[in-house]
Design a binder for this molecule. Structure first.
Ligand SMILES: C[S@@+](CC[C@H](N)C(=O)[O-])C[C@H]1O[C@@H](n2cnc3c(N)ncnc32)[C@H](O)[C@@H]1O
Length: 507
Protein backbone atom coordinates (compact mmCIF):
# COMPACT_ATOMS: atom_id res chain seq x y z
CA UNK A 1 0.00 0.00 0.00
CA UNK A 2 1.22 3.52 -0.84
CA UNK A 3 2.33 5.44 2.25
CA UNK A 4 3.67 8.99 2.53
CA UNK A 5 7.46 8.74 2.40
CA UNK A 6 8.69 10.34 5.62
CA UNK A 7 12.23 10.00 7.05
CA UNK A 8 12.75 9.09 10.71
CA UNK A 9 12.83 12.04 13.14
CA UNK A 10 16.62 11.77 13.85
CA UNK A 11 17.41 11.66 10.13
CA UNK A 12 15.11 14.67 9.52
CA UNK A 13 16.73 16.64 12.38
CA UNK A 14 20.21 15.89 11.05
CA UNK A 15 19.19 16.86 7.49
CA UNK A 16 17.73 20.18 8.64
CA UNK A 17 20.96 20.99 10.49
CA UNK A 18 22.96 20.25 7.33
CA UNK A 19 20.59 22.34 5.15
CA UNK A 20 20.89 25.25 7.62
CA UNK A 21 24.66 25.20 7.12
CA UNK A 22 24.20 25.71 3.35
CA UNK A 23 20.98 27.75 3.08
CA UNK A 24 20.93 31.10 4.89
CA UNK A 25 17.12 31.42 4.58
CA UNK A 26 16.59 28.30 6.65
CA UNK A 27 19.38 29.27 9.04
CA UNK A 28 17.71 32.67 9.64
CA UNK A 29 14.35 31.04 10.34
CA UNK A 30 15.95 28.75 12.92
CA UNK A 31 17.85 31.63 14.48
CA UNK A 32 14.58 33.57 14.86
CA UNK A 33 13.58 30.96 17.43
CA UNK A 34 11.23 28.80 15.37
CA UNK A 35 11.20 25.09 16.14
CA UNK A 36 12.93 23.10 13.36
CA UNK A 37 9.63 21.68 12.00
CA UNK A 38 8.08 25.17 11.79
CA UNK A 39 11.23 26.66 10.24
CA UNK A 40 11.22 23.90 7.64
CA UNK A 41 7.50 24.49 6.98
CA UNK A 42 8.11 28.22 6.35
CA UNK A 43 11.12 27.50 4.13
CA UNK A 44 9.17 24.87 2.20
CA UNK A 45 6.40 27.38 1.57
CA UNK A 46 8.93 29.83 0.16
CA UNK A 47 10.31 27.13 -2.13
CA UNK A 48 6.80 26.23 -3.24
CA UNK A 49 6.08 29.87 -4.01
CA UNK A 50 9.28 30.01 -6.06
CA UNK A 51 8.02 27.01 -8.12
CA UNK A 52 10.64 24.68 -6.61
CA UNK A 53 8.05 22.03 -5.73
CA UNK A 54 10.47 19.08 -5.78
CA UNK A 55 12.75 20.80 -3.21
CA UNK A 56 9.72 21.84 -1.14
CA UNK A 57 8.64 18.19 -0.95
CA UNK A 58 11.95 17.16 0.67
CA UNK A 59 11.66 19.99 3.17
CA UNK A 60 8.01 19.24 4.04
CA UNK A 61 8.86 15.55 4.47
CA UNK A 62 11.51 16.50 7.03
CA UNK A 63 9.04 18.83 8.78
CA UNK A 64 6.39 16.08 8.88
CA UNK A 65 8.91 13.70 10.45
CA UNK A 66 9.60 16.17 13.26
CA UNK A 67 6.00 17.23 13.85
CA UNK A 68 3.63 14.58 12.46
CA UNK A 69 0.63 16.13 14.22
CA UNK A 70 0.78 19.43 12.36
CA UNK A 71 -2.00 19.33 9.77
CA UNK A 72 -0.67 22.27 7.77
CA UNK A 73 2.62 20.44 7.09
CA UNK A 74 0.68 17.49 5.62
CA UNK A 75 -1.53 19.81 3.60
CA UNK A 76 1.44 21.61 2.08
CA UNK A 77 3.25 18.35 1.41
CA UNK A 78 0.10 17.24 -0.42
CA UNK A 79 0.01 20.45 -2.46
CA UNK A 80 3.70 20.14 -3.42
CA UNK A 81 3.34 16.46 -4.35
CA UNK A 82 0.33 17.24 -6.49
CA UNK A 83 2.28 19.97 -8.30
CA UNK A 84 4.89 17.41 -9.33
CA UNK A 85 2.23 14.98 -10.54
CA UNK A 86 2.47 12.62 -7.54
CA UNK A 87 -1.27 12.86 -7.00
CA UNK A 88 -1.78 9.49 -5.28
CA UNK A 89 0.67 10.31 -2.49
CA UNK A 90 -0.72 13.85 -2.39
CA UNK A 91 -4.19 12.46 -1.66
CA UNK A 92 -2.79 10.40 1.24
CA UNK A 93 -1.09 13.46 2.75
CA UNK A 94 -4.25 15.55 2.43
CA UNK A 95 -6.24 12.80 4.10
CA UNK A 96 -3.67 12.67 6.91
CA UNK A 97 -4.12 16.45 7.32
CA UNK A 98 -7.89 16.03 7.46
CA UNK A 99 -7.64 13.31 10.09
CA UNK A 100 -5.81 15.86 12.26
CA UNK A 101 -8.02 18.85 11.33
CA UNK A 102 -11.30 17.67 9.80
CA UNK A 103 -12.89 21.12 9.63
CA UNK A 104 -10.46 22.49 7.03
CA UNK A 105 -12.71 23.35 4.08
CA UNK A 106 -9.78 24.31 1.85
CA UNK A 107 -8.03 20.99 2.43
CA UNK A 108 -11.23 19.12 1.51
CA UNK A 109 -11.33 21.24 -1.63
CA UNK A 110 -7.74 20.30 -2.49
CA UNK A 111 -8.49 16.65 -1.83
CA UNK A 112 -11.49 16.87 -4.15
CA UNK A 113 -9.37 18.29 -6.94
CA UNK A 114 -6.61 15.71 -6.45
CA UNK A 115 -9.08 12.81 -6.36
CA UNK A 116 -10.62 14.15 -9.56
CA UNK A 117 -7.20 14.00 -11.21
CA UNK A 118 -6.86 10.41 -10.04
CA UNK A 119 -10.16 9.55 -11.71
CA UNK A 120 -11.85 8.92 -8.37
CA UNK A 121 -14.97 10.90 -9.27
CA UNK A 122 -17.12 9.62 -6.41
CA UNK A 123 -14.39 10.39 -3.86
CA UNK A 124 -13.83 13.81 -5.42
CA UNK A 125 -17.50 14.67 -5.14
CA UNK A 126 -17.62 13.63 -1.46
CA UNK A 127 -14.59 15.80 -0.69
CA UNK A 128 -15.90 18.82 -2.61
CA UNK A 129 -19.34 18.57 -1.03
CA UNK A 130 -17.75 18.33 2.43
CA UNK A 131 -15.78 21.47 1.62
CA UNK A 132 -19.02 23.22 0.57
CA UNK A 133 -20.81 22.07 3.74
CA UNK A 134 -18.01 23.57 5.84
CA UNK A 135 -17.78 26.77 3.80
CA UNK A 136 -21.05 27.27 1.89
CA UNK A 137 -19.96 30.58 0.38
CA UNK A 138 -16.95 29.09 -1.43
CA UNK A 139 -17.50 29.85 -5.12
CA UNK A 140 -14.26 27.99 -5.92
CA UNK A 141 -15.58 24.74 -4.46
CA UNK A 142 -18.79 25.03 -6.50
CA UNK A 143 -16.69 25.76 -9.57
CA UNK A 144 -14.54 22.67 -9.00
CA UNK A 145 -17.66 20.57 -8.51
CA UNK A 146 -19.06 22.00 -11.76
CA UNK A 147 -15.89 20.99 -13.61
CA UNK A 148 -16.10 17.49 -12.14
CA UNK A 149 -19.73 17.18 -13.25
CA UNK A 150 -18.88 18.47 -16.70
CA UNK A 151 -16.07 15.94 -17.04
CA UNK A 152 -18.58 13.23 -16.16
CA UNK A 153 -20.90 14.72 -18.80
CA UNK A 154 -23.50 15.44 -16.15
CA UNK A 155 -24.32 18.77 -17.78
CA UNK A 156 -27.45 19.44 -15.73
CA UNK A 157 -25.44 18.90 -12.54
CA UNK A 158 -22.66 21.17 -13.83
CA UNK A 159 -25.21 23.90 -14.58
CA UNK A 160 -26.59 23.71 -11.03
CA UNK A 161 -23.09 24.05 -9.55
CA UNK A 162 -22.09 26.97 -11.79
CA UNK A 163 -25.45 28.58 -11.02
CA UNK A 164 -24.59 28.35 -7.31
CA UNK A 165 -21.20 29.84 -8.08
CA UNK A 166 -22.75 32.82 -9.90
CA UNK A 167 -25.33 33.25 -7.12
CA UNK A 168 -22.41 33.65 -4.72
CA UNK A 169 -21.25 36.65 -6.71
CA UNK A 170 -18.67 34.96 -8.94
CA UNK A 171 -19.44 36.72 -12.22
CA UNK A 172 -16.24 36.41 -14.22
CA UNK A 173 -16.70 36.30 -17.99
CA UNK A 174 -15.14 32.83 -18.12
CA UNK A 175 -17.63 31.37 -15.64
CA UNK A 176 -20.60 33.03 -17.33
CA UNK A 177 -19.42 31.78 -20.72
CA UNK A 178 -18.94 28.27 -19.37
CA UNK A 179 -22.48 28.40 -18.02
CA UNK A 180 -23.62 29.64 -21.44
CA UNK A 181 -21.82 26.73 -23.11
CA UNK A 182 -23.54 24.20 -20.84
CA UNK A 183 -26.98 25.73 -21.47
CA UNK A 184 -26.25 25.77 -25.20
CA UNK A 185 -25.13 22.13 -25.22
CA UNK A 186 -28.29 21.10 -23.47
CA UNK A 187 -30.57 23.14 -25.74
CA UNK A 188 -31.61 25.67 -23.06
CA UNK A 189 -31.37 28.52 -25.50
CA UNK A 190 -32.90 31.44 -23.62
CA UNK A 191 -30.59 30.73 -20.68
CA UNK A 192 -27.61 30.25 -23.02
CA UNK A 193 -28.42 33.60 -24.60
CA UNK A 194 -28.64 35.33 -21.20
CA UNK A 195 -25.41 33.79 -19.87
CA UNK A 196 -23.41 34.63 -23.00
CA UNK A 197 -24.86 38.14 -23.01
CA UNK A 198 -23.54 38.63 -19.48
CA UNK A 199 -20.18 37.09 -20.44
CA UNK A 200 -19.87 39.56 -23.33
CA UNK A 201 -20.74 42.42 -21.01
CA UNK A 202 -18.05 41.23 -18.58
CA UNK A 203 -15.43 40.86 -21.34
CA UNK A 204 -16.33 42.54 -24.61
CA UNK A 205 -12.90 41.83 -26.08
CA UNK A 206 -13.33 38.05 -26.26
CA UNK A 207 -14.37 37.14 -29.83
CA UNK A 208 -15.43 33.61 -28.85
CA UNK A 209 -17.92 34.83 -26.24
CA UNK A 210 -19.31 37.30 -28.76
CA UNK A 211 -19.65 34.63 -31.47
CA UNK A 212 -21.40 32.24 -29.11
CA UNK A 213 -23.72 35.01 -27.95
CA UNK A 214 -24.75 35.67 -31.55
CA UNK A 215 -25.36 31.95 -32.14
CA UNK A 216 -27.44 31.54 -29.00
CA UNK A 217 -29.41 34.67 -29.89
CA UNK A 218 -30.11 33.43 -33.42
CA UNK A 219 -31.35 30.05 -32.19
CA UNK A 220 -33.40 31.61 -29.42
CA UNK A 221 -34.97 34.11 -31.81
CA UNK A 222 -35.90 31.49 -34.42
CA UNK A 223 -37.26 29.28 -31.69
CA UNK A 224 -39.55 31.93 -30.29
CA UNK A 225 -40.95 32.66 -33.74
CA UNK A 226 -38.73 35.37 -35.27
CA UNK A 227 -38.29 35.06 -39.03
CA UNK A 228 -35.05 33.43 -40.15
CA UNK A 229 -34.34 36.59 -42.18
CA UNK A 230 -34.73 38.74 -39.08
CA UNK A 231 -32.61 36.46 -36.90
CA UNK A 232 -29.98 36.26 -39.60
CA UNK A 233 -29.82 40.01 -39.99
CA UNK A 234 -29.13 40.32 -36.25
CA UNK A 235 -26.68 37.43 -36.38
CA UNK A 236 -24.66 39.06 -39.17
CA UNK A 237 -25.36 42.68 -38.15
CA UNK A 238 -21.72 43.61 -37.87
CA UNK A 239 -21.21 42.56 -41.52
CA UNK A 240 -23.47 44.17 -44.03
CA UNK A 241 -23.07 43.61 -46.95
CA UNK A 242 -21.44 40.19 -46.71
CA UNK A 243 -18.23 39.34 -48.53
CA UNK A 244 -17.71 35.86 -50.02
CA UNK A 245 -16.07 34.52 -46.84
CA UNK A 246 -18.88 35.80 -44.65
CA UNK A 247 -21.51 34.41 -47.02
CA UNK A 248 -19.86 30.99 -46.70
CA UNK A 249 -19.72 31.36 -42.93
CA UNK A 250 -23.39 32.28 -42.92
CA UNK A 251 -24.30 29.14 -44.88
CA UNK A 252 -22.16 26.99 -42.60
CA UNK A 253 -23.91 28.49 -39.60
CA UNK A 254 -27.36 27.89 -41.10
CA UNK A 255 -26.44 24.25 -41.65
CA UNK A 256 -25.27 23.91 -38.07
CA UNK A 257 -28.35 25.73 -36.80
CA UNK A 258 -30.73 23.48 -38.74
CA UNK A 259 -28.94 20.40 -37.40
CA UNK A 260 -29.02 21.69 -33.82
CA UNK A 261 -32.67 22.67 -33.94
CA UNK A 262 -33.76 19.36 -35.46
CA UNK A 263 -31.55 17.45 -33.02
CA UNK A 264 -33.25 19.24 -30.14
CA UNK A 265 -36.61 18.29 -31.63
CA UNK A 266 -37.59 21.80 -32.83
CA UNK A 267 -38.69 20.60 -36.23
CA UNK A 268 -40.67 23.61 -37.48
CA UNK A 269 -37.88 26.15 -36.85
CA UNK A 270 -35.39 23.67 -38.36
CA UNK A 271 -37.55 23.44 -41.50
CA UNK A 272 -37.60 27.23 -41.80
CA UNK A 273 -33.81 27.36 -41.53
CA UNK A 274 -33.41 24.65 -44.20
CA UNK A 275 -35.71 26.60 -46.53
CA UNK A 276 -33.61 29.70 -46.03
CA UNK A 277 -30.47 27.70 -46.86
CA UNK A 278 -32.07 26.50 -50.09
CA UNK A 279 -33.18 30.02 -50.94
CA UNK A 280 -29.59 31.23 -50.57
CA UNK A 281 -27.92 28.19 -52.16
CA UNK A 282 -30.44 26.05 -54.07
CA UNK A 283 -27.83 23.32 -54.64
CA UNK A 284 -27.23 22.75 -50.90
CA UNK A 285 -27.36 18.96 -50.52
CA UNK A 286 -27.45 19.05 -46.74
CA UNK A 287 -30.39 21.46 -46.63
CA UNK A 288 -32.28 19.45 -49.27
CA UNK A 289 -31.79 16.18 -47.42
CA UNK A 290 -32.61 17.51 -43.96
CA UNK A 291 -35.69 19.25 -45.32
CA UNK A 292 -36.83 15.99 -46.96
CA UNK A 293 -36.28 14.19 -43.67
CA UNK A 294 -38.08 16.79 -41.59
CA UNK A 295 -41.00 17.03 -43.99
CA UNK A 296 -41.31 13.26 -44.08
CA UNK A 297 -40.58 12.83 -47.78
CA UNK A 298 -41.51 9.27 -48.77
CA UNK A 299 -39.00 6.61 -49.84
CA UNK A 300 -35.87 7.79 -48.03
CA UNK A 301 -33.74 4.66 -47.84
CA UNK A 302 -30.29 6.20 -47.32
CA UNK A 303 -28.57 9.54 -47.01
CA UNK A 304 -27.47 10.84 -50.43
CA UNK A 305 -23.75 10.83 -51.18
CA UNK A 306 -23.78 14.58 -51.81
CA UNK A 307 -25.23 15.14 -48.33
CA UNK A 308 -22.65 12.87 -46.69
CA UNK A 309 -19.75 14.56 -48.47
CA UNK A 310 -21.02 18.08 -47.84
CA UNK A 311 -22.01 17.67 -44.22
CA UNK A 312 -18.93 15.69 -43.13
CA UNK A 313 -16.65 18.08 -44.99
CA UNK A 314 -18.19 20.85 -42.90
CA UNK A 315 -17.96 18.82 -39.67
CA UNK A 316 -14.49 17.28 -40.12
CA UNK A 317 -12.41 19.81 -38.16
CA UNK A 318 -14.69 19.74 -35.13
CA UNK A 319 -15.63 16.03 -35.29
CA UNK A 320 -13.30 14.64 -32.62
CA UNK A 321 -13.81 17.52 -30.19
CA UNK A 322 -17.59 17.41 -30.49
CA UNK A 323 -18.20 13.67 -30.71
CA UNK A 324 -15.50 12.36 -28.43
CA UNK A 325 -15.07 15.42 -26.20
CA UNK A 326 -18.65 16.53 -25.69
CA UNK A 327 -20.83 13.56 -26.62
CA UNK A 328 -18.65 10.82 -25.13
CA UNK A 329 -18.43 8.91 -28.42
CA UNK A 330 -16.35 5.75 -28.01
CA UNK A 331 -17.83 3.35 -30.57
CA UNK A 332 -14.41 2.93 -32.26
CA UNK A 333 -12.93 1.62 -28.99
CA UNK A 334 -15.92 -0.60 -28.29
CA UNK A 335 -16.13 -1.99 -31.79
CA UNK A 336 -12.41 -2.58 -32.20
CA UNK A 337 -12.12 -4.34 -28.85
CA UNK A 338 -15.02 -6.59 -29.86
CA UNK A 339 -13.17 -7.37 -33.08
CA UNK A 340 -9.80 -7.81 -31.40
CA UNK A 341 -11.29 -10.24 -28.86
CA UNK A 342 -11.81 -12.76 -31.69
CA UNK A 343 -8.37 -12.57 -33.31
CA UNK A 344 -5.47 -14.99 -33.14
CA UNK A 345 -2.70 -13.50 -31.02
CA UNK A 346 0.21 -12.23 -33.09
CA UNK A 347 -1.52 -12.63 -36.48
CA UNK A 348 -2.04 -9.68 -38.79
CA UNK A 349 -4.85 -9.12 -41.28
CA UNK A 350 -5.95 -7.24 -44.38
CA UNK A 351 -8.23 -4.62 -42.80
CA UNK A 352 -10.81 -2.15 -44.09
CA UNK A 353 -11.96 0.80 -42.01
CA UNK A 354 -15.29 1.40 -43.72
CA UNK A 355 -16.38 5.04 -43.40
CA UNK A 356 -13.09 5.80 -41.68
CA UNK A 357 -13.96 9.42 -40.86
CA UNK A 358 -11.14 11.08 -38.91
CA UNK A 359 -9.37 7.76 -38.38
CA UNK A 360 -10.39 6.93 -34.82
CA UNK A 361 -10.69 3.21 -35.69
CA UNK A 362 -7.54 3.29 -37.82
CA UNK A 363 -5.44 4.06 -34.78
CA UNK A 364 -6.74 0.95 -33.03
CA UNK A 365 -6.62 -1.31 -36.08
CA UNK A 366 -3.08 -0.43 -37.21
CA UNK A 367 -1.32 -2.87 -34.84
CA UNK A 368 -3.24 -5.87 -36.24
CA UNK A 369 -3.08 -4.89 -39.91
CA UNK A 370 -0.76 -6.10 -42.65
CA UNK A 371 -2.51 -3.53 -44.81
CA UNK A 372 -5.00 -0.97 -43.54
CA UNK A 373 -7.34 0.75 -45.99
CA UNK A 374 -9.72 3.57 -45.09
CA UNK A 375 -12.63 4.49 -47.35
CA UNK A 376 -14.88 7.52 -46.97
CA UNK A 377 -16.95 9.91 -49.05
CA UNK A 378 -15.79 13.06 -47.33
CA UNK A 379 -12.58 14.67 -48.57
CA UNK A 380 -12.09 16.61 -45.35
CA UNK A 381 -12.65 13.57 -43.14
CA UNK A 382 -10.06 11.71 -45.22
CA UNK A 383 -7.63 14.58 -44.71
CA UNK A 384 -8.06 14.21 -40.94
CA UNK A 385 -7.41 10.46 -41.28
CA UNK A 386 -4.33 11.14 -43.38
CA UNK A 387 -2.87 13.24 -40.55
CA UNK A 388 -2.85 10.19 -38.29
CA UNK A 389 -0.42 8.45 -40.64
CA UNK A 390 -1.73 4.96 -39.85
CA UNK A 391 -3.36 3.95 -43.14
CA UNK A 392 -1.63 2.26 -46.07
CA UNK A 393 -4.30 3.57 -48.41
CA UNK A 394 -7.12 6.11 -48.14
CA UNK A 395 -9.83 5.99 -50.77
CA UNK A 396 -12.48 8.60 -51.49
CA UNK A 397 -15.41 6.58 -52.74
CA UNK A 398 -18.92 5.53 -51.84
CA UNK A 399 -18.62 2.55 -49.51
CA UNK A 400 -20.98 0.12 -51.27
CA UNK A 401 -19.34 0.80 -54.64
CA UNK A 402 -15.91 0.36 -53.15
CA UNK A 403 -16.78 -2.95 -51.45
CA UNK A 404 -18.18 -4.28 -54.71
CA UNK A 405 -14.96 -3.45 -56.54
CA UNK A 406 -12.61 -5.33 -54.15
CA UNK A 407 -13.56 -9.03 -54.35
CA UNK A 408 -12.00 -11.16 -51.62
CA UNK A 409 -9.59 -8.45 -50.51
CA UNK A 410 -10.31 -8.07 -46.79
CA UNK A 411 -10.15 -10.30 -43.73
CA UNK A 412 -11.53 -7.74 -41.30
CA UNK A 413 -13.99 -4.90 -41.91
CA UNK A 414 -14.96 -2.37 -39.24
CA UNK A 415 -17.85 0.05 -39.79
CA UNK A 416 -18.21 2.30 -36.76
CA UNK A 417 -21.19 4.67 -36.82
CA UNK A 418 -21.54 4.32 -40.59
CA UNK A 419 -24.70 2.23 -41.07
CA UNK A 420 -26.49 5.20 -39.53
CA UNK A 421 -26.35 6.78 -42.97
CA UNK A 422 -27.96 3.79 -44.71
CA UNK A 423 -31.58 2.81 -44.24
CA UNK A 424 -31.82 -0.26 -46.44
CA UNK A 425 -28.79 -2.37 -45.50
CA UNK A 426 -29.31 -5.04 -48.17
CA UNK A 427 -26.78 -3.74 -50.73
CA UNK A 428 -24.20 -3.07 -48.05
CA UNK A 429 -24.31 -6.64 -46.71
CA UNK A 430 -24.15 -8.09 -50.22
CA UNK A 431 -21.09 -6.03 -51.18
CA UNK A 432 -19.40 -6.63 -47.82
CA UNK A 433 -19.70 -10.35 -48.54
CA UNK A 434 -18.03 -9.73 -51.92
CA UNK A 435 -15.09 -7.84 -50.43
CA UNK A 436 -14.61 -10.25 -47.51
CA UNK A 437 -12.57 -13.44 -47.58
CA UNK A 438 -14.24 -16.60 -46.23
CA UNK A 439 -14.22 -16.60 -42.40
CA UNK A 440 -13.42 -12.88 -42.38
CA UNK A 441 -14.92 -10.75 -39.62
CA UNK A 442 -17.33 -7.84 -40.05
CA UNK A 443 -17.86 -5.51 -37.08
CA UNK A 444 -20.52 -2.82 -37.22
CA UNK A 445 -22.68 -0.59 -35.06
CA UNK A 446 -26.29 0.50 -35.44
CA UNK A 447 -28.47 3.01 -33.67
CA UNK A 448 -31.35 1.14 -32.10
CA UNK A 449 -34.80 1.63 -33.61
CA UNK A 450 -37.44 2.22 -30.99
CA UNK A 451 -40.80 0.95 -32.15
CA UNK A 452 -41.97 -1.04 -35.15
CA UNK A 453 -40.32 -1.65 -38.51
CA UNK A 454 -36.94 -2.51 -39.98
CA UNK A 455 -35.44 0.97 -40.14
CA UNK A 456 -36.50 4.60 -39.85
CA UNK A 457 -34.91 7.93 -40.64
CA UNK A 458 -34.70 10.17 -37.55
CA UNK A 459 -34.99 13.96 -37.42
CA UNK A 460 -31.18 14.03 -37.17
CA UNK A 461 -31.03 12.62 -40.72
CA UNK A 462 -29.52 9.39 -39.38
CA UNK A 463 -31.21 5.99 -39.61
CA UNK A 464 -32.08 3.70 -36.74
CA UNK A 465 -32.38 -0.06 -37.35
CA UNK A 466 -34.04 -3.02 -35.68
CA UNK A 467 -31.49 -5.67 -34.61
CA UNK A 468 -33.77 -8.38 -36.04
CA UNK A 469 -33.57 -6.71 -39.45
CA UNK A 470 -29.76 -6.64 -39.35
CA UNK A 471 -29.64 -10.32 -38.39
CA UNK A 472 -32.10 -11.26 -41.12
CA UNK A 473 -30.14 -9.47 -43.84
CA UNK A 474 -26.77 -10.76 -42.71
CA UNK A 475 -27.88 -14.36 -42.33
CA UNK A 476 -27.33 -15.55 -45.89
CA UNK A 477 -23.64 -14.67 -46.07
CA UNK A 478 -22.60 -14.19 -42.44
CA UNK A 479 -22.95 -16.05 -39.18
CA UNK A 480 -23.37 -14.07 -35.99
CA UNK A 481 -20.44 -14.18 -33.56
CA UNK A 482 -21.67 -11.69 -30.94
CA UNK A 483 -23.93 -8.74 -30.31
CA UNK A 484 -23.46 -6.14 -27.59
CA UNK A 485 -26.06 -3.62 -26.48
CA UNK A 486 -24.40 -0.33 -25.79
CA UNK A 487 -24.51 3.47 -25.69
CA UNK A 488 -23.35 5.17 -28.88
CA UNK A 489 -23.05 8.68 -27.52
CA UNK A 490 -24.99 11.19 -25.44
CA UNK A 491 -27.53 13.62 -26.73
CA UNK A 492 -29.95 16.09 -25.22
CA UNK A 493 -32.25 13.29 -24.12
CA UNK A 494 -29.49 11.19 -22.53
CA UNK A 495 -27.79 8.09 -23.86
CA UNK A 496 -28.34 7.05 -27.45
CA UNK A 497 -28.80 3.28 -27.42
CA UNK A 498 -27.15 1.14 -30.05
CA UNK A 499 -26.03 -2.40 -30.80
CA UNK A 500 -22.66 -3.70 -31.92
CA UNK A 501 -22.58 -6.76 -34.16
CA UNK A 502 -19.73 -9.06 -35.01
CA UNK A 503 -20.30 -11.38 -37.97
CA UNK A 504 -18.14 -14.05 -39.59
CA UNK A 505 -18.31 -14.49 -43.36
CA UNK A 506 -19.54 -17.98 -44.12
CA UNK A 507 -16.88 -20.12 -45.78
C1 LIG B 1 -20.10 9.28 -37.89
S1 LIG B 1 -18.73 9.17 -38.93
C2 LIG B 1 -17.86 7.83 -38.22
C3 LIG B 1 -16.41 7.84 -38.62
C4 LIG B 1 -15.55 6.74 -38.00
N1 LIG B 1 -15.95 5.43 -38.43
C5 LIG B 1 -15.59 6.84 -36.50
O1 LIG B 1 -16.16 5.96 -35.87
O2 LIG B 1 -15.05 7.81 -35.95
C6 LIG B 1 -19.42 8.44 -40.38
C7 LIG B 1 -18.46 8.47 -41.55
O3 LIG B 1 -18.99 7.63 -42.57
C8 LIG B 1 -18.82 8.26 -43.81
N2 LIG B 1 -19.86 7.75 -44.72
C9 LIG B 1 -21.19 7.76 -44.53
N3 LIG B 1 -21.82 7.18 -45.55
C10 LIG B 1 -20.86 6.79 -46.41
C11 LIG B 1 -20.87 6.13 -47.64
N4 LIG B 1 -22.02 5.77 -48.22
N5 LIG B 1 -19.70 5.87 -48.24
C12 LIG B 1 -18.52 6.23 -47.68
N6 LIG B 1 -18.45 6.86 -46.51
C13 LIG B 1 -19.60 7.15 -45.88
C14 LIG B 1 -18.95 9.74 -43.52
O4 LIG B 1 -18.34 10.55 -44.49
C15 LIG B 1 -18.27 9.84 -42.16
O5 LIG B 1 -16.91 10.13 -42.27
Amino acid sequence: MLMPQIPTAPVAAQTITEWAASYPTLAALLESGLAPAQAALRWGLQLLKASAAADAILVFRAAAALDPNDASIWTNLGVALDRTGASAEAALCLLRALTLAPQQADTWLLLGVVRGKLGDNAGAEVALRTSIDLKPDSATAWQCLALLKERQRDYAGAIDCLGACVALGERSAAILANLGKLYYQTGRLQEAHDAYERAVRADASNPHFERMFRKARFLRDVLIGATVDGALATYMDHLDPLGAVEAREQMAWLETAAGLLSGWGHLEPAIRVCRKQLELVPSSASARYLLDVLEGAPGLSRAPDTYIAESFDAFAEGFDAQLVGVLGYDVPQQLCSLLLSQLEAGRKYAVLDAGCGTGLCGLLLRPIATALVGVDLSKKMLEMSERRAVYDELVREELTEYLGSQPGRFELIAAADVLLYFGDLGPLFKKSAVAMRPNGLLALSIELLEGEGDFRVLSSGRFAHAPGYVLRLAEEQFELVRTVDTTLRLDLHGRVPGTLFLFRRRA
